[in-house]
Ligand binder design. Structure first.
Ligand SMILES: [Fe+2]
Ligand SMILES: [Fe+2]
Length: 144
């Protein structure tokens, strides 16, 4: 099972972002489960699109929050997001019914996405959380 679970090492202490990261992980798990339980191609394709849609939503919300706080590392952060975006855009081009497509998607989850996401949250998003801690004395909204 490719499932991976949220744990405290991923918490940033910014409620809106933490909630979004949890939802993103849930959607990634849903994709793994759809593949492993041999769901219909159409369902897998929908689950993949759902994941991509959520990651786009999250990147936009996070980048907007960073811009609102004049975060100095925003451009570098956007470049990091782009790596994930580009990799997922490649997956969306796959024809799910064709040979190898499902293997490529599960390889991406196993060998790229889980590692990218955990590393990105722990190191790259963390820098932004630290920046807010040091520079901004405001209550963060619970939703973005
Ligand atoms: Fe990020
Ligand atoms: Fe994030």
């Amino acid at each position: 099972m490719l499932r991976f679970d949220w744990d405290d090492s991923l918490a940033l202490g910014i409620t809106a972002l933490d909630d979004q990261h949890r939802t993103w992980i849930e959607r990634l798990n849903n994709l793994s489960e759809a593949i492993e339980s041999n769901q219909e191609d159409q369902h897998i394709s929908k689950t993949l699109k759902f994941l991509v849609g959520y990651s786009e939503f999250h990147f936009a919300a996070e980048e907007k929050l960073m811009a609102a706080h004049n975060y100095p590392l925003l451009e570098q952060h956007k470049q990091e997001h782009k790596k994930y975006r580009d990799a997922l855009a490649d997956l969306l081009l796959l024809q799910i019914g064709q040979a190898d497509a499902l293997r490529k998607i599960s390889d991406s989850v196993k060998n790229f996405q889980i590692a990218w996401l955990t590393n990105h949250i722990r190191k790259v998003d963390r820098k932004f959380a630290d920046f807010l801690d040091e520079n901004v004395a405001v209550d963060m909204p619970d939703s973005l």
